[in-house]
Each structure stands twice: as structure tokens, then as C-alpha cells.
Design a protein around this ligand. Structure first.
Ligand code: ADP
Ligand code: MG
Length: 264
């Protein structure tokens, strides 16, 4: 490389840094060399660099969205065993994975016993949405209620609600495990009302609808919450006993059949 070329390269790197084009900065020399051997013209070279920068940018943005969503675990549909849930509408689940329900501001309600894969499905749907450029946040209901109550005490409630209102998808996991206080249920209801027709909700619960009053306290609040949640809503029901339990049983039967029989 001549002195003049070295000088240009240093300047170029400086400009690319200022323009915040880190991928072009990192790759430009390599791609330039490759384009020279492949006889790619200048525009073709520029196109390759821009494409790389965009791909990297999308990847970083998806990573940021995934981090911001605060999923408790990383679960996808690939590891979901549909055979263990024969009652579940697989076609509907695959369709929901495409994320159109978010464009349509529709909700998903996942109902079923503990350990039947509700959180797994909710996380898988959330991860898919992140990949589609959506802003997602996962909360355990109790965690959200605590945050709302704390924010209220610190006069930060408006700020928190504004943050939530920027989401495309809010996942509320485990509605109904712990009966909320009156204030807690009102604050939660407020969030659900804000979401109504503005952004999508995925709610998981082990509670049949008739027991929701126990959790939310008042009949009026329960009625209004159910009304908002179930309007434009897909209901997925998981059935059977806990998957972990079934899994443990299966493994147990396998290993016990391998063990040598003790003869009396
Ligand atoms: P829930 O939220 O309904 O209580 P989880 O989604 O937390 O249940 O499931 C409990 C565990 O069992 C998780 O590790 C989950 O990945 C796994 N699991 C549940 N159902 C299935 C399934 N059908 N296929 C694969 N794993 C499952
Ligand atoms: Mg769960």
C-alpha cells in the first residue's frame, strides 16, 4: 500500500466511525480486495457493504429487543412437543407465530394447568415477535403489580405506563397464582385497559374464568378485565398433567425397565 493509500484508509476509517457504520469499517478492506479479484464494479462494491451493514444492524436490533423483553427462559416452538398436547391447535399456534395478531392488536389467552407449557408457548411467541421487529416485554403478573405499586409510591406511575404503552406486545405470565390486593388489581386492570386495542397481550393463567373474581377481587373489575381481554382474542388451552412430571415418569419407566430384575 502506498503512503497516499494508507492516508486515505485512515481518513476513511475515521469518517466511517463518525457515520456510525461499524460493519463497513470492519469489512471494507476485505470486500474491496474481493471485489477487485471478482471484477465487481464500484456500485456493486458499495452495494455489498451497505447490505452487510444493514444485516448487522438488524441483528443487533433484534438482540437488543430480545434483551429488553426480559424473557425468563429461551424457549422456541422447535423444542415444543405437540404430541404431549394433542388438544392444542398446532395450525393456529404456527399461524400466531407469524405475528399477524400483533398487527391486528389481538390478544392470546393461554389457559391450562401448571406445567403444561403455557410459559413455554408465551416465550416462543414473544421471541418470534422480537425477530419480527416488535417491541416485547415479558412480566410475571406479580412482578408487574409490584413494579406498578412501587412506581405509584415514587410518583413514577405515569412514566412506567408510558413505557408500557410503547410496546407492541405485553406478556403477562401467571395471572391468578397469587390473589392481588385491591390496589394491585386496579393497577393491573389499568394496564390491560391501556393495552386494549392499542397493543397486544398474551396472558397465561391456570385459572378457569369463573375463578377470576377470587384473584381480581371485584366482580365488576373481573367482568371488565375479561371483557377487554377476550374481545379479539385467541384462546389456546393446554391440558393434561405437568410435562415435567410426565417426562420424569417416562424416564423413570425407561430406566426401571433397564434395571436387572431381582429374583426372589
Ligand atoms: P406452565 O407455564 O404451563 O406452568 P411451562 O411452560 O413452564 O408450564 O412448562 C414447564 C416445563 O416443561 C418447561 O421447561 C417447558 O419447556 C416444558 N414443557 C411443557 N410442555 C411442553 C411441551 N409440550 N413440549 C416440550 N416442553 C414442554
Ligand atoms: Mg408458567
Amino acid at each position: 500500500m502506498t503512503r497516499k493509500q494508507t492516508k486515505s484508509l485512515v481518513l476513511l476509517q475515521h469518517h466511517l466511525k463518525n457515520l456510525r457504520l461499524p460493519t463497513i469499517l470492519r469489512e471494507c478492506e476485505k470486500i474491496a480486495a474481493r471485489c477487485a479479484t471478482d471484477n465487481v464494479d464500484h456500485l456493486g462494491f458499495l452495494l455489498q457493504l451497505c447490505e452487510l451493514e444493514l444485516i448487522e444492524r438488524d441483528r443487533r436490533a433484534a438482540e437488543r429487543r430480545l434483551k429488553a423483553a426480559k424473557f425468563p427462559t429461551y424457549k422456541t416452538l422447535e423444542t415444543f412437543d405437540f404430541q404431549a398436547q394433542p388438544g392444542l391447535n398446532k395450525l393456529l399456534v404456527s399461524e400466531l407465530m407469524r405475528g399477524e395478531f400483533i398487527e391486528q392488536r389481538e390478544n392470546i389467552l393461554l389457559v391450562g394447568n401448571s406445567g403444561t407449557g403455557k410459559t413455554h408457548l408465551a416465550v416462543a411467541l414473544g421471541i418470534a415477535a422480537c425477530g419480527q421487529g416488535k417491541r416485547v416485554r415479558f412480566y410475571q403478573v406479580t412482578e408487574l403489580i409490584t413494579q406498578l405499586m412501587e412506581a405509584r409510591e415514587e410518583r413514577e406511575l405515569t412514566r412506567l405506563k408510558k413505557q408500557l404503552a410503547k410496546l407492541d406486545l405485553l406478556i403477562l405470565d401467571e395471572l391468578g397464582y397469587v390473589p392481588a390486593s385491591k390496589l394491585g388489581s386496579e393497577l393491573l386492570f389499568d394496564v390491560i385497559s391501556t393495552a386494549y386495542e392499542r397493543f397486544s397481550l398474551i396472558v397465561t393463567t391456570n385459572l378457569p374464568f369463573e375463578n377470576w373474581t377470587e384473584v381480581l377481587g371485584s366482580e365488576r373489575l373481573t367482568g371488565a378485565t375479561l371483557d377487554r381481554l377476550t374481545h379479539r382474542c385467541h384462546i389456546l388451552e393446554t391440558t393434561g398433567e405437568s410435562y415435567r412430571l410426565q417426562d420424569a415418569k417416562r424416564r423413570h419407566t425407561k430406566s426401571s425397565s433397564k434395571q436387572p430384575r431381582l429374583t426372589k
